[in-house]
Ligand binder design. Structure first.
Ligand SMILES: [Zn+2]
Length: 103
């Protein structure tokens, strides 16, 4: 009984994080459908729309940049195949944090 309650709590938290996960966009570089989302708290902090959201993916790694408007619609895209990741401890710890909660 206790474990059932615990799993319900976890799923409620997950669905809250994934509330905006239903967007997807085809990447012109790899031709794959990329699903993505944005943290709910982040949307509230955006001052100017549309704003850029970057999804790193693929092999070789590249970036899909989607421009999202206030209604959480994709208004434009671009890609970047030239990627650099700074090799310092602040960046590394932030990448690990993003990895555990990708939004
Ligand atoms: Zn791609």
């Amino acid at each position: 009984m206790e474990s059932t309650l615990r799993s319900q709590n976890i799923s409620a938290i997950t669905s809250e994080f994934k509330k905006t996960y239903d967007l997807s966009q085809k990447c012109p570089v790899c031709n794959k459908k990329i699903r993505f989302g944005v943290e709910l708290g982040f949307l509230e902090s955006v001052k100017r729309f549309p704003y850029p959201h970057i999804i790193l993916h693929g092999n070789p790694i590249h970036a899909l940049v989607v421009y999202i408007d206030a209604d959480f619609m994709v208004r434009g895209i671009e890609t970047a195949c030239s990627i650099e990741i700074q090799r310092d401890s602040d960046t590394f710890s932030q990448i690990v944090k993003k990895w555990s909660n990708p939004f």
